[in-house]
Design a binder for this molecule. Sequence first.
Ligand SMILES: [Zn+2]
Length: 276
Amino acid sequence: MANVKLNKLLVLTILCFQAAIHVLSISPSLNQAPEEHAASRLHKHDEANADEVHCSRERSRAAWKIIQEYLMPFVEQEKYQLSLHCRLHPDNDIFRDQEQHKIHVDINEWRCGYCKKSFRSEKYLDQHFDNRHSNLLNISHSKCLADLCGALHCDLVTDFKSRKAKCNPSATARNKHLCEGLADKCFPVNQGPSANRLHELFLRQFCDAHTCSGGQKPFSRGGKKHTSIFYLAISVLTLLLVAIFYAVVYVYRRGMRKDNQGFKRISRRGQKPKPS
Ligand SMILES: [Zn+2]
C-alpha cells in the first residue's frame, strides 16, 4: 500500500518537473511573441504600401548608412563627384528628402520636418511619412537604394541572423555582378586616376566578399574614422574626473580644518576654569 502511494508521488513529481521544464522552454518564445507580432504587423504594413512604393525604407536606410560609412569618406578624399547616372548618388534615393526632414529632438521624440508633428520613435515617424507625406516621394524603380542591398551587404548592418545562412552560389554570383556593375557605372575606369582608384576600392570594399569560398570580408578598407570623437570624449571625461577628484579633496580638507578648529575651540573651552 505504502509502495503504491510512493509510486504515485514519484510519478506526480516527475510530471510536475516535466511541466516546469516545458514552461521554461517555451517562455522565451512567449517573451518574443509581442515582437514577432509587431514584426508581422510591420510586414503587413509594408505589404499594404507595396502597391504604392516598391521599396523598403529600412533597407534603403541601411544601404545609405553603408554608403556614408564605407564609401563616401574615400570619394570625398578623392574630391570625386558622383554622376547622377550612378545609383549611389544621393538624388537616387527616393527616401532622401523624407529622411532629411526627420528631426531627432530627444531620445523619445522624433519630429516631422514637414508638419512639425512629434512622435515617440522613428518607427512611428516612418509610418507617418508613409501615411501623410508619401506624395512627396519621387517613385521610380531605379531610385530604390534597397535594391542595391545585395551588392552592399546591408544584412551586416540590419540583422545578424542571415549572415549565418548557408551561402547560395547563384545569389552570390548575382550580387557580385550587381556590385561590379555599380563600380563600372559610378567610377568608370576611363575617367581619370581618381575614378580608377575609387573603382578599385569599390571592388575591394564591396565586391570581393561576394564569394562562397569565404575568407573575404566586406569593408576591408575600413570606414569613417570615429577616433577623433572617441578621443575627445575620453579627454573630456578624464578632465572631468580630475576636476571632481580635486573638488572632493578640497572639500574634505576644508572639512578637516573646520573640525580641527572646532575641536581646538571645544578643548580650549574645556580647559577654561569654571566660574565659581
Ligand atoms: Zn508630417
